[in-house]
Structures are given as structure tokens and as C-alpha cells.
Design a protein around this ligand. Structure first.
Ligand SMILES: [Zn+2]
Length: 201
């Protein structure tokens, strides 16, 4: 009987010695299950939207087919012209709004989709055109311009926008194809001399 107990003890000891410390006696007390903390979002060093917008704006700014008016259509020089808007965004800043008429003042971002469309019109569609207004200028009180999601064009391929301009309709279509939902031009009220292309809010 003693021998049996002894050998059992030895066997048990052998079993325990190969268990790599996982036998119940050595286990640390199991902590009660607590909900895992929500993973903290990894902060990115770069701001992709802003940096890509800056890159897009830089391309618009330097594009040989895109002319950016350096003053308001009204003649004012207030740092909120289409040129100033694009130049600011190209440097990583927001675009300035005008502070006269219906314009609310302050600043806004420009939507990348709009900047991409500006490049698309020149690069892919081959238009040479002039932008008269983006975030600046005085428009209707609730204009999308103030939100940085609209731009105006008054010259296409060297010709003023108007009924006789042979390009404006196709340019408007191209804007719609790029997601613009408010596309106005000759035939629409207050748009006899420019095309307005705007994206949804
Ligand atoms: Zn407009």
C-alpha cells in the first residue's frame, strides 16, 4: 500500500514538474473580467484632408489652363478672391470669405471634390477657364459659396460665358458628372454671364 502511494506521489510530482508552472496552486488569481477599454484612436501626425487639399490647391494655383481672378467681380480687393482662396489653401490655411453685402465674413475650408473637379475640367476635359469666385464675394444669403463648396466660371476657352458660348453646357454637364447638384448658367436667373457649380452641403 505504501509503495503504491509513494509511486503515485512520484507520478504526480513528475506530472506537476512538466506543467510549466500551470498547476492550480501557482496560478495568479484570475482577475474579474472587466470590459476592455475602448481602443484610443491613433493620432495621425499628418492631416490627410488638409494636406491633400493643399496639394490640390497648389496644382490649381499653378495650372496653365486655370485663371483665378485676383479681385471680386464687384472690383473689391479683400483677400477673398478666387486667387486668394486657392493660394491660402495651397499653403494649408482656410479660404477667406468676404465681409460685404450678404457675405458672412470669416473663413471656410474648400471641399476637395471641388478642387478635384477644377483640375478635371482642365486636365481631362481640356477646358481653359477663369474662376471668378469661390468662398469670397457676395452671393445670395444662404449661398453654398460661403461653405467652400461652390465656384463660378465666367470665361471658357477664351470666350465669355453667355448663350453664344459653345462650351458652357458641356462644362456644366461635366460638373454634374463630378457630383455637383447645383449647376446654373445662362438661362437660369442671375446666371446669364457665369456658370455656378456647387456640391451638396
Ligand atoms: Zn456662384
Amino acid at each position: 500500500m505504501n509503495i503504491i502511494i509513494k509511486s503515485l506521489t512520484i507520478l504526480a510530482a513528475a506530472a506537476l514538474s512538466t506543467s510549466c508552472g500551470s498547476f492550480p496552486g501557482s496560478k495568479p488569481p484570475v482577475k474579474p473580467a472587466t470590459p476592455a477599454p475602448a481602443p484610443t484612436p491613433v493620432k495621425k501626425i499628418t492631416k490627410p484632408t488638409i494636406s491633400s487639399n493643399a496639394a490640390l490647391a497648389k496644382r490649381v494655383l499653378n495650372h496653365p489652363k486655370i485663371t483665378l481672378l485676383r479681385k471680386q467681380v464687384s472690383g473689391r480687393v479683400d483677400g477673398a478672391s478666387s486667387y486668394h482662396n486657392i493660394a491660402s489653401v495651397a499653403r494649408g490655411y482656410s479660404a477667406k470669405r468676404s465681409s460685404y453685402g450678404n457675405a458672412p465674413g470669416g473663413y471656410t475650408k474648400l471641399r476637395s471634390q471641388m478642387l478635384q473637379t477644377m483640375l478635371y475640367l482642365a486636365d481631362t476635359k481640356g477646358y481653359k477657364y477663369r474662376v471668378t469666385s469661390i468662398a469670397g464675394g457676395s452671393h445670395s444669403r444662404t449661398s453654398r459659396h460661403y461653405a467652400g463648396i461652390a465656384f463660378d466660371v465666367d470665361m471658357i476657352n477664351g470666350r465669355k460665358v453667355g448663350y453664344s458660348n459653345p462650351y458652357y453646357k458641356a462644362l456644366m454637364r461635366a460638373g454634374r458628372a463630378k457630383g455637383a447638384t447645383e449647376v446654373l448658367g445662362p438661362g437660369d436667373r442671375a446666371h446669364s454671364s457665369h456658370v455656378h457649380i456647387a456640391w451638396p452641403r
